[in-house]
Design a protein around this ligand. Structure first.
Ligand code: IVH
Length: 710
C-alpha cells in the first residue's frame, strides 16, 4: 500500500506538527517495546505496532531533518530486563522490514535487483520460510560445543539465558566434526499449542495468571531465573539464520539450512527455495492456507535472498537487512451477525457501545463481543443491529468490527440511536464534552452502573484482589443492598450475621464458600498503600500513578490530608487563575510531582471534593490497616533465598508477607521444590508443608520467620 493512502493526514502536516508527532511516537513506541520485550505483556496488536512504526518512518521520510536520535527507526527494541547477565551480540540481531501485499513484495525484489544491478532476466533465488511467532535467540558454539545463548534484547545487547536454553531438548550440545571454531546460530524459540494449553490449564488450577498467547508463554518460560521451570515447559526451536561464523559455511541460505539440519537442529519443513516472485507468492499463499492446521503460531512468511555473496553486498539499512523481508499475514477475520448493541457504563461513567455477536471462532478464540469504541466510531462505520459484520482479532487485543457487509443488510434496518440518557434506572443525561469523543453518564456517584463498576475495580486483581467477589457476586450483593460502596465489603460478615436471609442460604452459596469469602476479605484488612490508592478508581490514576503517589506521600494520613488541602485550595480558586502556584501550596506540590501535572491533579482534587468519596475514605480508614511502601534493602538474611508461604498467617497477609520478603531481596514462590530455602507455615497448612519436610526444606513458623527478618 502507498504511504499517502495509508496516512492521508501526512499531506497537510506542518514541520511543527511533524516534530511533535515524532516526539510522541518515540515515547509511545518505546513504551510498547518495553511492554513487549521486558514484561512479555504487549499492550497493542502487532498490526497496530507496525502501523505506528510505519507512520514514524513515513513522517521521517517527509521531514528527514526532524529524525530524532531516540527515534524508533534508530534502534531495534527495548534494552534487556534485569535479573539475567548481559551479552553483547558479536553481530547485531536484526529485525525485518515488513511487506503487506504482493506489490510490497515485488518492490522488495525490484530494490534487490536495482541494488545489485542485475539484468532483467537474471533470476533471483529466494528462500521463503514461515515466520515463527516466538522469541529470537542466538546460540554460540565454540570448538563445536554449546557455550552460550542470548535473547535479542535491543538487538545489540541481550540477556544471558545459556542455562535456560540448555534445557531445550531440540538443541544439540555439540556440532559434528568439521564445524568452524565459532558458530552462532539464530532461530526462534516457541511453544506448541498443545503445550501452551496444558500450561495455562495448570496455571489456572493453581490460581496463577494465564499467558495471553503462546509467544508470551514461550518468552515467560525461557526467562525464568529458576531453570527447572524452563525445563518443564517443553520449549522448541527452529533455526534459521547465522550470527558470527569464524569461517563461511556454504554459499547459500538453502545450503545453510541443510547444514543446520545436519548438525541436528530443527529447520522448518515448509522452507522453500523459489525461483521467481510468482513462486514466492504462491508459497506465501500455500503456507497461509496451512496456517490454521499448524501446531504452532506463525505470523507471516520471511523471504531471504538465497546467495550469500548477494546478501553480503546488500548489507543492511538501519535495523534490517536489505536481503530479507517479512510478508505478514493479515489479522484474522471472520463474518458473523451482530445481534444487539448494548451500552456499557464504565467506572467513571464512560459510555461504550458494545456489539453482541453471534459467537464465532477467530484464530482459535471464541468471540461473542466486540467493542464499538464510541459514538463517532459507531456512526462512521454505521453499524446496525442485525447487520452481518466482518470482525477482526489481531494478537490478543479486544476484537474489533472492521466493517458491515452491506449486501447482507436488511433494507428495513435503521441506524442505531446513541442513548441520550444513561441506561441505569436514574436515566441521567449522557454528556459529551465539547471536542471530546467520550460520552459520560452525568449521574456520577449516584449511577448504579458506575457504583457497581467502582466496586468491581476495588476488588480487582491489581487492587484489593479479593477472591470470590467476581462480577456476578458484586452485582448480586449490590442488588440486595449488602454492598453499595467498598466500605460495605468490610462490614459484610457482621451485617450478614444479622441478616434475615444470610448469605449461606442464598442460591449458589454454601457454608464453605461463605467462610472462604470472609477469609479472603479479612486477608485484605491490611493493604498496601499503593493498592488502596489504585483501588479507589480515581480518574486517570492507574497502577503506576498510584505507586508514584504512595512513594511521594509515604503514608495514607499524609496523603489524605494533602489531597484534602489541595482540593480546598482548588475549590477556592476561580478557574481562570489555574496556575498551580496561585492555587496553593498543596495543589502546587501535587502538580509538581514528575508525571502528574494539572489534569491528573484536577481529577484527584475533584475526587477529594466529593463528600461521598470522603465518607468512603473515612470508612476505609477506620477498617483498614494501610501499609506504607518500603524501599528494597540491600543485603539481608534472606537476600537471594527462595521462600514459600503456606497456610493462614496471622501477623500479616499473604500479600504483605510476599511484598515484605521481596523487599528484603527474597524470591517468593508458590510451590515447593528442591530449590526452596524456607517454607513459612501458617495455620491449616496442607500438602506443601508435607512436601517441604520430605525434601528437607527448612520449615519456619510465622514467629521464626518474623525473628529472622527483624
Ligand atoms: S530472519 C537477519 N527468519 O522475526 C534476519 N526471522 O520481525 C534475521 N522470525 O527478529 C531474522 N521467523 O525473531 C528470520 N524464519 C525466520 C523467522 C524470523 C521468525 C522473527 C525473528 C526476527 C523477527 C523480525
Amino acid at each position: 500500500m502507498k504511504t499517502e493512502d495509508e496516512f492521508p493526514e501526512l499531506a497537510s502536516l506542518t514541520a511543527e506538527e511533524a516534530a511533535a508527532r515524532l516526539a510522541e511516537l518515540a515515547t509511545e513506541i518505546d513504551q510498547h517495546d518495553k511492554a513487549y520485550h521486558q514484561k512479555d505483556a504487549p499492550e497493542i496488536s502487532d498490526a497496530g505496532y507496525d502501523r505506528l512504526r510505519r507512520l514514524n518512518t513515513a513522517i521521517e521520510s517527509k521531514f528527514p531533518n526532524l529524525i530524532r536520535s531516540d527515534s524508533p527507526s534508530q534502534n531495534v527494541g527495548a534494552a534487556p530486563a534485569t535479573g539475567f547477565g548481559k551479552v553483547t551480540h558479536s553481530r547485531p540481531m536484526l529485525s525485518l522490514d515488513n511487506a503487506f501485499d504482493g506489490e510490497d513484495v515485488e518492490n522488495f525484489v525490484g530494490r534487490v535487483r536495482r541494488f545489485l544491478g542485475l539484468a532483467e532476466d537474471e533470476p533471483v533465488e529466494i528462500v521463503a520460510e514461515p515466520k515463527i511467532d516466538g522469541l529470537s535467540i542466538s546460540l554460540r558454539y565454540e570448538d563445536g560445543k554449546y557455550v552460550q545463548a542470548a535473547t535479542r534484547g535491543d538487538g545489540a545487547v541481550g540477556e544471558n539465558v545459556t542455562a535456560n536454553v540448555a534445557t531445550i531438548s531440540e538443541i544439540p550440545d555439540t556440532l559434528g566434526p568439521g564445524a568452524p571454531d565459532v558458530v552462532e546460530i539464530r532461530g526462534e524459540v516457541y511453544i506448541r499449542h498443545d503445550d501452551f494449553a496444558a500450561l495455562n490449564r495448570a496455571r489456572e488450577e493453581s490460581d496463577q495468571a494465564v499467558f495471553a498467547n503462546p509467544r508470551n508463554a514461550a518468552a515467560g518460560s525461557l526467562r525464568q531465573l529458576d531453570v527447572t521451570v524452563t525445563a518443564s515447559r517443553n520449549l522448541k526451536m527452529f533455526a534459521y539464520a547465522a550470527g558470527e561464523l569464524s569461517e563461511p559455511v556454504g554459499d547459500s541460505h538453502s545450503g545453510w539450512l541443510e547444514q543446520l539440519s545436519d548438525w541436528g537442529f530443527s529447520v522448518n519443513p515448509q522452507s522453500k527455495l523459489c525461483q521467481s516472485t510468482t513462486e514466492v507468492l504462491d508459497t506465501y499463499k500455500a503456507i497461509g492456507e496451512g496456517r490454521a492446521a499448524l501446531p504452532y503460531d506463525i505470523d507471516g512468511v520471511v523471504y531471504k535472498v538465497n546467495r550469500h555473496d548477494w546478501q553480503e553486498r546488500l548489507g543492511m539499512v538501519s535495523r534490517a537487512p536489505r536481503w530479507a523481508i517479512a510478508h505478514k499475514f493479515p489479522a484474522e477475520q471472520a463474518q458473523t451477525v451482530l445481534e444487539k448493541i448494548t451500552i456499557q457504563v464504565g467506572r467513571t461513567g464512560a459510555i461504550t457501545p458494545v456489539a453482541n455477536l453471534l459467537p464465532i471462532t477467530v484464530g482459535g478464540v471464541v468471540v461473542s463481543r466486540a467493542t464499538l469504541h464510541n459514538e463517532d466510531e459507531l456512526r462512521r462505520k454505521d453499524v446496525r443491529e442485525g447487520d452481518t459484520v466482518i470482525i477482526q482479532r489481531a494478537g490478543d487485543v479486544i476484537p474489533q468490527i472492521v466493517r458491515v457487509v452491506e449486501e447482507k443488510r436488511d433494507p428495513a434496518s435503521t441506524p442505531f440511536t446513541f442513548p441520550t440518557v444513561c441506561p441505569c434506572e436514574l436515566q441521567t443525561p449522557v454528556i459529551r464534552q465539547e471536542g471530546g469523543v467520550v460520552a459520560r453518564c452525568s449521574g456520577e456517584l449516584a449511577c448504579p452502573f458506575q457504583q457497581v463498576e467502582r466496586i468491581r475495580h476495588f476488588v480487582s486483581r491489581d487492587a484489593f484482589d479479593i477472591d470470590g467477589l467476581g462480577e456476578k457476586q458484586v452485582k448480586a450483593f449490590f442488588d440486595r443492598k449488602m454492598i453499595r460502596t467498598p466500605v460495605d465489603i468490610f462490614d459484610l460478615e457482621q451485617n450478614d450475621s444479622k441478616a434475615l436471609d444470610p448469605l449461606r442460604r442464598w442460591e449458589g452459596w454454601g457454608e464453605k464458600s461463605v467462610t472462604k469469602l470472609f477469609a479472603a476479605i479479612d486477608a485484605r484488612r491490611s493493604i498496601g498503600f499503593d493498592r488502596l490508592i489504585y483501588g479507589l478508581g480515581i480518574r486517570q490514576i492507574g497502577q503506576a500513578t498510584a505507586r508514584l503517589l504512595a512513594r511521594q506521600y509515604g503514608d495514607f494520613a499524609t496523603w489524605h490530608n494533602a489531597m484534602a488541602a489541595a482540593a480546598a485550595e482548588r475549590a477556592a480558586t476561580p478557574d481562570e487563575m489555574k496556575k498551580p502556584e496561585l492555587v496553593g501550596e498543596n495543589y502546587a506540590d501535587l502538580c509538581n510531582i514528575d508525571q502528574i501535572g494539572i489534569s491528573v491533579a484536577d481529577d484527584l482534587t475533584a475526587f477529594f471534593s466529593e463528600p461521598h468519596n470522603l465518607d468512603i475514605l473515612k470508612g476505609l480508614e477506620d477498617r483498614l490497616e494501610v501499609e506504607a511502601l518500603e524501599a528494597p534493602a540491600a543485603n539481608t538474611a534472606v537476600t537471594g533465598k527462595t521462600v514459600v508461604f503456606t497456610g493462614t498467617l496471622f501477623t500479616m497477609t499473604r500479600g504483605e508477607a510476599k511484598a515484605k520478603a521481596e523487599s528484603l531481596g527474597a524470591k517468593v514462590s508458590g510451590s515447593v521444590s528442591k530449590k526452596t530455602d524456607y517454607i513459612v507455615v501458617g495455620a491449616d497448612a496442607g500438602s506443601k508443608a508435607k512436601k517441604a519436610q520430605e525434601l528437607g526444606v527448612t520449615v519456619l513458623s510465622e514467629d521464626e520467620w518474623q525473628a529472622m527478618i527483624a
